[in-house]
Design a protein around this ligand. Structure first.
Ligand code: MTE
Ligand code: MO
Length: 433
């Protein structure tokens, strides 16, 4: 496949050249975009006057350039951008995440190995075992559906590496932009009910999952991934064993026929094609639980640092973040008419307190209307009408703050070796006509 990554990688790997091509001149950090020729060039490239150019930060890649997506076709998915075909990884462009409840066809796919083929739901079983379980048990899918109270919850699923494309020096792995997130409504049983049905001992510390997917190497003794969560997270009311999404079976790339869902924690905790859960008497130690996977430096480090494994801490609740899902970046809009923006905001285990948007590169901000989450750990919808004073190029920036007072950073936050937790603000381009 074509691995061209577009403007972001371009700016990341060869900023001098990208700068030259974008602005038509050599990059001069102090005077960049120093008006006259530069600004005229930039406006010409963008195709409109940048109305608030005097506020435009140095070194900013115009959001107008941000879209370079390849169409991706797989049954039951629609409009996703392919990042990797082996293992399969695909994300959803922000404007296709506009639904309050993410449709199955719009939920991203993040596979670490090869999904199981020819799943027979009649023979699918889930085993609960481990050092700290009281009675190990094996359930069929029908048992689970029959024996446990069915629940349905909207839960935000976001890959820990969402936003990785912006880190510099770049981190290896899928260069997710914005779309490794979604918030479908999941159907299933409470994990807690199942764990209590088996009983867990006082020394239970963690649960670890095992799925039916296989390692890329084809070696049967190697697992692609086996992660988990601490007992207190496993026992939360929202922690689910899901057999459905939005009222139907799970999509085969999203874990059909059974998976875990831990809303607001790194997506990697939500084990797909779930076959087994071990109740552990220590922190689970499966592949991608250890080393640097899904961990960040316990204390901040300089970009590009080498960090010892012992100084890396497991990511738990994800940070505050938001998306502008309407309109699509690059839209043309009559300047005489208000534009009604829409999007979502989420903040890990916390609620979002407010969302503010700016059309003048952050000089002034307006507070959006923000809805309550459908239930705990579901994203919150926001909307706001904005008006553009003159025809020309604008950027809409959105910024959420959580109930503890923590905001999204405007630019990429602390560098970490694997490129996790980029919750910088989302911005889009709007051409007012
Ligand atoms: N068995 C298994 N579970 C898995 C994975 C996987 O590769 N295998 N990927 C994890 C990662 S890293 C993420 S972000 C989520 C993605 O879920 P989705 O593909 O349904 O969007 O599933 C997690 N669960
Ligand atoms: Mo992930």
């Amino acid at each position: 496949m074509n691995r061209e990554r577009g403007i972001h990688e371009y700016f990341a790997t060869d900023p001098e050249r990208a700068d030259r091509e974008a602005w038509g001149r050599k990059s001069e950090p102090s005077s960049r975009r120093g008006f006259l020729s530069g600004l005229a060039q930039l406006s010409a490239v963008i195709g409109a006057e940048i109305v608030f150019a005097r506020f435009m930060p140095t070194g900013l890649i115009p959001a107008a350039y941000a879209n370079s997506s390849q169409p991706f076709r797989i049954q039951g998915k629609n409009g996703l951008t392919l990042l990797n075909d082996r293992p399969l990884n695909a994300e959803t462009p922000a404007f296709l995440l506009n639904d309050d409840v993410t449709p199955t066809e719009r939920l991203f796919i993040r596979n670490n190995g090869v999904p199981p083929q020819g799943v027979n739901t009649l023979r699918w079983t889930l085993t609960i075992d481990g050092e700290a379980v009281v009675n190990p048990k094996t359930y069929t899918l029908a048992d689970l559906k029959k024996r446990f109270t069915p629940i349905s919850k909207q839960l935000t699923l976001e890959c820990g590496g969402n936003g990785r494309f912006e880190f510099d020096p770049p981190a290896k792995g899928n260069q997710w932009t914005l779309g490794a997130v979604g918030c479908p409504r999941w159907n299933g049983a409470r994990l807690k009910d199942v764990l209590e049905d088996c009983g867990y001992q006082e020394n239970a510390v963690y649960i670890g999952y095992y799925g039916a997917d296989t390692h890329l190497s084809g070696k049967p003794d190697k697992l692609p991934i086996s992660r988990g969560v601490p007992m207190n997270k496993a026992l939360e009311e929202e922690s689910m064993i899901a057999w459905g999404m939005n009222g139907y079976d799970l999509h085969e790339m999203n874990g059909y026929p059974l998976r875990l869902v831990f809303g607001s924690w790194p997506g990697s905790t939500s084990g797909k094609w779930l076959k087994r859960i071990s109740v552990r008497d220590k922190i689970h130690d499966g592949p991608k639980m250890v080393g640097k996977s899904y961990r960040v430096p316990c204390t901040p480090v300089a970009p590009g640092s080498n960090v010892a494994d012992a100084d890396m801490c497991i990511i738990e609740s994800m940070p505050v973040k938001s998306l502008i899902t309407y309109p699509e970046s690059g839209i043309r809009h009559p300047s005489a008419k208000p534009l009604h923006l829409h999007g979502h905001a989420w903040a890990g285990d916390h609620k979002v307190r407010a969302l503010h948007a700016s059309i003048d590169f952050g000089q002034t901000w307006r507070k959006a209307r923000l809805q309550k989450p459908a239930n705990r750990l579901a994203w919150q919808n926001w909307d706001l009408s904005v008006e553009f004073p003159n025809p020309g190029y604008y950027e809409v920036w959105a910024r959420a703050v959580d109930e503890t007072g923590r905001s999204q950073p405007m630019v990429v936050p602390g560098w970490n070796p694997k490129g996790y937790l980029n919750n910088s603000c989302h911005r889009i381009a709007v051409y007012a006509a």
